[in-house]
Design a binder for this molecule. Sequence first.
Ligand SMILES: [Mn+2]
Length: 432
Amino acid sequence: MKIKFAHLADCHLGAWRNENLNQVGYTAFEKAIDIIIKEKVDFVIISGDLFDVSNPRVDVVDLSVRELKKLKDNGIPVYGIMGSHDFSPSNKSMMRPLITAGLFTDVSKGETMESGNIKLFFFQDPKTKIKITGLRARKRSLEIEDYNKLDRKNLELEDGVKIFVLHTLMSELKPKEFKDMVSAPKSLLPQDFDYYAGGHLHKTVPERLRDTEASIKVDDKTKIVYPGSLTPVNFREIEQYQYGGFCIVSGEIDVTSHKSELNVKFIPLKVKEVIPLLVGCNNKSIIQVQELLKKKTENIDFNNSIVTIRIFGALSSGKTYKLQTNEIIQTIKRKGAYEVLLNKSALVSREYSPISVAVGKTNEEIEDTLIHQHAQKIKIKNVSKNDMENKIHNLLLVTGKERGEGAKVKEYNEDLLKNFKQIFQFEEDGEI
Ligand SMILES: [Mn+2]
């Protein structure tokens, strides 16, 4: 029989602090749903990170309910897993009401066996009879521990045409620029599935999917697919990719003989034109940089585009924070730009000794890297380095919690202490 499904990942709805840019993401999501309905797909797979956080704002939840309901009204089921961003270990993710309302089927259900192994269940799509399962993510790729406990045999022995949904980067497919990203070897995946619907990597892989409007044949080398983020979710992604998209997979399957011939196609979602500008400032003074910025942006037709400006280099004099950029941003907006993003994280001053700047990383990524590096250096008896890394993350989480409205200072302090003790597993008498 002929089948067709859509594969989306990493929508990160509401990821921006800037509402104009969130709107671009919402529009991309709406466009995707429109195309999916027009294409009359049999079902949709979302490979995690529909939301940017597990508790998104009400307008984000509202938008996703509205759009997913359109799919439901058109008889198109949505299968998927939670990602590193929208998963909540305490089951408090806003994905839950979507699941309860039947707008999203979480296919990463399973049970822990007595041996400690994880046995995943299959969900069978009623129309195509395709069997779908997957493993949801946890924060900081901790799900890789779960992969190590995965009962792969049982998944491999299951007959029929099968899809595995993942939100984990596979080491063999890791692009160079993501070399610091945690990944797992392909050998941890159950083998012989017909398609692996990947999420987590915010880059389209196989990369050539983005270079062609044609379909690519799904074979052993190309059956793990990452559509990349549905829409750019940070400065670097807008600057580098300009737009995101999703995949449509179609072809012929025979469930009884367990055969599939599939093709995958990338559907770009271009909402706004992007004008990326690079401004090198080596050996320039603040005033010279300001003049350069003016000159570089003078004759551009901004025409409702998103403009990214990356300022980099070492100033000849003056401190980097003295470079005022509000005026130039306002000027560009007045000339018709939809939004202007300016990044000077790679600008350094000669008046300070240079520090190492991780260019193009999000604050969260920089924080993760620093914590990882420090955790590697700490030596405490009976605490592994990985353990320490998690403890530091948990500590930051606890200390970052504000006192709730109406909560007494004393209660707040006691709570803090209790949390600290839990993290370090202190007994009351102070022993570890
Ligand atoms: Mn993501």
